[in-house]
Design a binder for this molecule. Structure first.
Ligand code: ADP
Length: 333
């Protein structure tokens, strides 16, 4: 019962490498039937070189663990020799091997994400820093003409502002990654938050003739105010940034019996279908130069997604290139 109910796959091998027993999870992982493989050589389970090497090592008395991929999932396999004492000399003999297989797909992809994130962060931080250091060096060496100095200082100022907003976003994301359940929760009205976000963005929007409207019902979500604020603001900011001249941003809050829906729609450049699934990834931008021109960090939507997940809200997107985008966040209440 114990081995049959284990989440991990367990296979016991004889000293000759024959399968003596295989539990339900292992049969599922290797997609075989216990009755057919029992008694056969373990090679019938899986032909990958990693599995073969680990099993052989264990049958020769050495512990071995490897990773392997099968049917799009990632597994960690631990092969351990089973020894028994034999003969007058008391030397241990290998009687067989126990093979334990664990599904580590989620762990492996989280590790991969962390590696990519670190590489991306370093790259994103280095670009503005290199430019700051370049301008500062020219000024320090006295090469810069007096009349160019305000312009160079302006570049240094803009690039350092970029660095600050990048670091702020990274801090916010790592707080969300830690699933900091200690963040204080309160009743937060999404309609009021939307109005505040629109007010903060209005001047920027009007410069490009973009009109912003906020409508709907007052709707309180029990959540973390700063995260919800950031979520609404990022969505509205994108709706302005990626809008066309004289475009429209429409924010709606709808309260129903079981749900509260926040919709942020724009009449902007839209998002091509092949990019739609990826724009919530960290540092993913459809058009890198356009995002940077508008002061984007490529982290806004990943903060939105994490903040939505933090509140058990679902986020979806409808968008057509050249027509506009609509982001829909649905909270349970
Ligand atoms: P950024 O800081 O680059 O705006 P985000 O994470 O907020 O980063 O968004 C990721 C990418 O998704 C953007 O670079 C842009 O290409 C695309 N995007 C986000 N919102 C919109 C929108 N409302 N309309 C068109 N494209 C958008």
């Amino acid at each position: 019962s114990v081995t049959e109910n284990m989440k991990e796959g367990l296979v016991l091998l004889s000293s000759a490498g024959a399968v003596l027993s295989i539990n339900k999870s292992a049969a599922e992982i290797f997609q075989c039937r216990a009755e057919t493989v029992c008694g056969n050589h373990y090679i019938a389970l899986n032909r990958s070189i990693e599995v073969h090497e680990a099993a052989e090592a264990a049958l020769q008395g050495r512990h071995c663990d490897v990773r392997f991929e099968l049917n799009g999932r990632c597994y960690q396999l631990f092969a351990t020799p089973i020894t028994e004492e034999r003969g007058a000399d008391g030397r241990a003999q290998v009687a067989g091997a126990a093979v334990l297989v664990q599904d580590i797909t989620e762990k492996a992809s989280a590790e991969q994400m962390r590696r990519e994130f670190t590489a991306n962060v370093s790259h994103e931080l280095k670009t503005p820093l290199t430019s700051i250091s370049g301008y500062a060096e020219i000024m320090k060496n006295g090469i810069a003409k007096q009349e160019d100095i305000p312009r160079f200082a302006g570049h240094i100022y803009t690039e350092s502002a970029r660095l600050i907003s990048l670091v702020d976003d990274i801090i916010q994301l790592s707080r969300l990654d830690e699933h900091d359940q200690k963040m204080p929760r309160e009743e937060v009205d999404l309609l009021a938050l939307s109005r505040e976000a629109a007010d903060r963005l209005r001047e920027r929007a009007e410069k490009r003739g973009i009109r912003m409207t906020v409508s709907g019902d007052p709707a309180a979500v029990y959540g973390v105010r700063t995260l919800l604020e950031e979520m609404v603001y990022n969505l509205c900011e994108n709706a302005v940034k990626y809008n066309a001249e004289h475009g429209l941003v429409t924010v709606r809050v709808k309260k129903e019996a079981a749900h509260i829906t926040l919709t942020v729609a724009d009449t902007g450049i839209g998002i091509p279908p092949e990019h739609q699934a990826r724009i919530f990834e960290r540092f993913y931008r459809v058009d890198k130069s356009h995002s940077k021109e508008t002061g984007g960090t490529g982290l806004g939507l990943s903060i939105v997604k994490n903040a939505a997940q933090y509140h058990n809200a679902r986020i979806s997107l409808e968008s057509r290139p050249g027509e506009g985008s609509k982001f829909i966040v649905v909270f349970d209440c």
